[in-house]
Design a binder for this molecule. Structure first.
Ligand code: FAD
Length: 455
């Protein structure tokens, strides 16, 4: 059988298929050193448990997990598939351990996920290296630098495919069955432009440049049923100085709720203190994407240093707001006016960044800041440029419990999908942190097992 992709879902499928006795070839379009897709950037997976485990605190029941999915998706989920993923999540962690993956309790400051999410020791990179080691030991044939460029699908059945090899030559391949685990299309800025217009050109892709959605397009072109909103993506506000691709999690900035955020006209545009940071973390990518030039600036003062995760790039610092504005290429007069108006509207309260405190601005300020509003008055003043950082897209293909892809003729007898490319069946919109890897692990193993049984 053949597997397209080289991330978590693909390797889970390949290893599970080998366990079932199939001979397996994996096509990974990235070179060896960039193998592992977005999975190598991850830190954890969400996992149901009835009682504390070696790495998870308290309990996280099926009902609570499902309630979290229902809440973020606002009901856009396939309950049967969602519950299957939830029930299988502890088995997936156990299976990962059996492959040599090591987990660790979450550290403080890691988005408060210690109860719900199992953290990989060494992060996603260590997870992927372990899976690749197991794959090599078990004679899984891994072809790097090998992009699948065409699929011959007739009546929902995979017949053959074509890859572009490292040497630049195309080559046909055949297999009894195919697992497609090639991720989303978040690295394809031209495709994103269809929904976002020219703004997409200023987006930063947090993960691999290799997830261009080429295989997703082939599947949809061959009649596969789509799922998930084609115009939506998960995006967060990241450091505007991050590289265009592959910056990963370290370019995240957690200081937004502790100061104000202005656009390039030095004007505020949204309540920075609306919710605790992890809960509203994902709206800021979208908010910045809608600002002129897709750029914004987080402005803080010395009082809040040490209250957020240190940034990978140092903040831009100045002794006065005017100097800071000049360093950020903003209008010094306008930024001073904005900060002064904000400072004048701050009402007395007891600051506590761990909960929704009572530090807010008065009603005159539009938009208000409803929590953690403190005057920006203590030098040095600091600023960070913010850009929308795309994590993943939502459009995918429809599958059933066996991970078979749906075509007009019915569910395919030999095409299976796992991971981001089918995550929309469970997450029609929204995202509870850590579910991407859980969906990939559960559906990867199912897809591998089912594909191995095709005769
Ligand atoms: C910075 C960052 C942090 C994240 N943190 C977490 C986290 O902590 N927990 C969590 O659950 N989720 C997290 N996510 C989301 C998570 O990365 C995805 O849900 C998950 O990795 C999807 O796994 P996958 O195997 O489907 O895709 P990927 O791991 O992205 O793998 C897709 C693979 O397909 C290959 N490919 C693409 N097209 C072709 C082609 N035509 N031919 C051959 N190969 C092809 C790519 O090279 C890649 O190897 C994070 C994402 C990012 C960007």
């Amino acid at each position: 059988m053949a597997v397209i992709g080289g991330g978590n879902a693909a390797l889970c499928a390949a290893l599970a298929a080998r366990e079932s006795g199939a001979s397996v070839t994996v096509f990974e379009c990235a070179p060896h050193e960039y193998r592992g897709g977005n999975s190598r950037h991850t830190r954890n997976m969400r996992c149901m448990h009835e009682a504390p485990t070696d790495v998870l605190t308290g309990s996280y029941t099926e009902e609570e997990f499902f309630a979290d999915i229902l809440r973020v998706t606002e009901g856009e989920t396939n309950e049967e598939l969602a519950r299957m993923v939830i029930r299988e999540s502890p088995n997936s962690v156990a299976w990962a351990k059996s492959q040599g993956v090591r987990f660790q309790p979450s550290l403080g400051g890691t988005l408060h996920l210690g109860r719900t999410n199992a953290f990989f020791l060494g992060g996603g990179k260590a997870l992927m290296n372990t899976y690749y080691e197991r794959a090599a030991e078990r004679s899984v044939n891994i072809l790097y630098d090998t992009e699948v460029v065409a699929l011959d699908i007739r009546g929902g059945r995979f017949e053959s495919g074509r890859v572009m090899c490292k040497n630049g030559k195309p080559q046909e391949f055949r297999a009894k069955s195919l697992v497609i685990a090639s991720g989303g299309f978040e690295a394809n800025l031209e495709w994103l432009e269809e929904a976002w217009g020219e703004a997409a050109r200023n987006f930063i892709v947090r993960g691999t440049p290799y997830n261009r959605g080429t295989v997703l397009k082939m599947l949809l072109g061959a009649g596969a049923a789509s799922i998930g909103d084609p115009t939506q993506c998960h995006a967060v506000a990241i450091d505007g100085r991050a590289p265009k691709f592959d910056g990963g999690i370290v370019t995240r900035l957690d200081c937004v709720p502790l100061g104000i955020v202005v656009n390039r006209s030095a004007e505020r545009f949204y309540d920075e203190g609306e919710e605790l940071w992890p809960k509203r973390y994902a709206i800021w990518g979208r908010l910045v994407a809608k600002q002129p030039g897709q750029i914004a600036y987080s402005i803080i003062d010395a009082k809040v240093l040490g209250r957020f995760m240190p940034s990978v790039f140092p903040p831009i610092k100045a002794d006065t707001i005017e100097q800071l504005a000049a360093a950020l290429e903003l209008s010094p007069t306008k930024l001073s006016e904005t900060v002064d108006a904000f400072n004048r509207s701050v009402t007395p309260g007891t600051f506590n960044h761990q909960l929704l405190d009572d530090c807010r601005t008065s009603n005159e300020l539009k938009p208000p800041k409803t929590h953690w509003a403190q005057k920006i008055d203590t030098p040095p003043f600091m600023g960070y440029p913010l850009r929308p950082g795309i994590t993943f897209t939502y459009l995918g293909v429809r599958v059933n419990q066996k991970a078979q892809v749906q075509f007009p003729e019915g569910f395919s007898p030999n095409i299976f999908a796992a991971g981001e490319i089918m995550a929309g069946n469970i997450l029609g919109k929204g995202y509870p942190a850590g579910t991407g890897m859980t969906i990939g692990a559960v559906f990867g193993r199912i897809a591998g097992k089912e594909a191995a049984s095709v005769r």
